[in-house]
Design a protein around this ligand. Sequence first.
Ligand SMILES: Cc1cc2nc3c(=O)[nH]c(=O)nc-3n(C[C@H](O)[C@H](O)[C@H](O)COP(=O)(O)OP(=O)(O)OC[C@H]3O[C@@H](n4cnc5c(N)ncnc54)[C@H](O)[C@@H]3O)c2cc1C
Ligand code: FES
Length: 257
Amino acid sequence: MKKAVNDFLVIENRALNATNYLIRLLSPEPLPAIYPGQFVNVGINDSSEVFLRRPFSIFEVDYENNTLGLVVKILGKGSKKLSEAATGSSISLIYPLGKGFSQPARADKILLIGGGSGVAPILFLAKTANTPAENVNILIGAKSAGDHIGIEDYRQYGATHFTTEDGSLGVKGFVTQHPLFAEEITGFDKIYACGPDPMMRAVAKMAQEKGIFCEVSLENLMACGFGVCLCCIEPTVKGNLCVCTDGPVFNINSLKW
Ligand SMILES: Cc1cc2nc3c(=O)[nH]c(=O)nc-3n(C[C@H](O)[C@H](O)[C@H](O)COP(=O)(O)OP(=O)(O)OC[C@H]3O[C@@H](n4cnc5c(N)ncnc54)[C@H](O)[C@@H]3O)c2cc1C
Ligand code: FES
C-alpha cells in the first residue's frame, strides 16, 4: 500500500484521563483505506530533544470528515510533547503503516483484548469488525480504574469487560485472569490482542495451548516505521521480520515465542 507523508491539522486534543489524550487530526488529502492495527509515525514538531518519529496506532478514522484519531499515552518526552499539541497546530504523519488485523467472519465469536496503549487498535477493530455485537467480547486491562480511557461508547460493538491490577474496576488482576479468558476461552473462535509484550506472550501461550486462532499486535521499538532501519526485528518462523512492515499484527503461530 502506498505511504504518504503529510502535515495534519490538530482539530481536537483532549485529556481522557491523567495520562492519555485523544488527538483528532484533519488530513490535507482524502484519506486512503485504513485498517485496525495500522499505525502512523509521528514527527514531534518544535522539539530538538525528540529526534526520531514515534509510532502510534490509528484509533479511529472518519472518512466523511477526513480525520483520524490517535490515543496518546504519556511515556517519555515524545508522547509528552505530542500530548501538548495545540488545536490549530500541524503534525507531520507518515501513514498508513504496517499490516492490520485480519477481518473476522460474521459468524465468529471473537474476543478482543487490549492493555495499555494497545486499547487503541482493539477498539478500532471492535468498531469496524463485520461481526455482530452479540458475538463480540471486549476485554480491557489496566493498572487502575483511573488508567481506563472511558469506552462506554463501545458497548454498542460488544460486551465490555475490565480488569485492573488493584481491583478498582472490574476483575482484579491481569486480563489473563479474567474468567472470560481463564475459564471460557474455548468458547471463542478468534482472539485479537494488543498490549505490552508480557501480556501478548501470556495471551498467545494460552491460545496456542487451546488451538484458538489468535493475532497479536506487537509494540517493538521503532525508528523509521517503513522497513529501512531494521530496529524493530522480530524472530518468526519465516526468519527475522520487521514489525513495522510485516506486522505489527502477527498470527501467533508465526512467532518464535
Ligand atoms: C506499532 C505501535 C503502535 C503504538 N501505538 C500506540 C498508541 O496507540 N498509543 C500510545 O500511547 N502509544 C503507542 N505506541 C507506543 C509509543 O510509540 C511509545 O509510547 C512512544 O514512542 C514513546 O515515545 P516517548 O518519546 O514518549 O518515550 P521514550 O523517551 O522514547 O521512551 C520512554 C520509555 O518508554 C519505553 N518505550 C518507548 N516505546 C516503547 C514501546 N513501543 N513499547 C514499550 N516501551 C516503550 C522506552 O524504552 C523508555 O523506557 C505504539 C508503539 C508501536 C510500535
Ligand atoms: S522501524 Fe525501521 S525497519 Fe522497522
